[in-house]
Design a binder for this molecule. Structure first.
Ligand code: ZN
Length: 177
């Protein structure tokens, strides 16, 4: 999970009754869950939310009071942002800042548009590479591309995690994966 830039008040992490991370919702939605006793707040964010009758701390992590059974997405959608996030916004060939998406085995030669064949690349490497393969240029990939795995990806996708969510998402584990 390369994207650890802190975000301010963008959302709240929802945990199942079993403390398993489920999804990210707006802070407003999380507050409604808490006010309607469908969830309890387990970690506060910054600030106070005011409604007509209530004031409560901005929720950062909430836990549902009743267990819900959720069918999981088993794979992460292949999007430009998700590819950049997986590769840490670094070029797969020179490690410089990435601006483009490259198909390792070129599409023009039948390369697939799939996690295993796409990498973030800088414009210069992408241009130089053209419709050649890394082997033909004597280039080496920093690491073989693969579909992102782990609970953090399932819950967050390309979203930057709030630092307060780290304990619940086991980000350190998924970094090593
Ligand atoms: Zn490059």
């Amino acid at each position: 999970m390369p994207d650890i830039r802190p975000t301010v008040g963008s959302g709240a992490l929802v945990l199942n009754a079993t403390y398993e991370p489920l999804c990210v919702v707006s802070v407003r939605r999380a507050a409604i869950l808490v006010l309607s006793a469908k969830a309890v707040c387990v970690a506060d964010g910054e600030g106070i939310l005011h409604s007509a009758r209530n004031a409560l701390p901005v929720p950062s992590v909430v836990r549902l009071t009743r267990f819900v059974r959720v069918p999981y997405r088993t794979h992460v959608g292949l999007s430009r942002r998700a590819i950049f996030a997986r590769d840490g916004w670094r070029c797969a060939y020179c490690r410089g800042p990435a601006e483009t998406i490259d198909h390792v085995f070129p599409r023009s030669r039948g390369g697939r548009h799939a996690w295993e064949n796409v990498v973030a690349a800088c414009a210069r490497c992408n241009h130089t590479k053209g419709d050649k393969t890394p082997a033909e240029l004597g280039w080496r990939l920093h690491s073989p591309p693969s579909a992102p795995k782990g609970i953090a990806w399932r819950v967050l996708g390309h979203r930057a995690p709030d630092p307060r969510w780290v304990d619940w998402l086991d980000l350190r584990e998924s970094e090593a994966a």
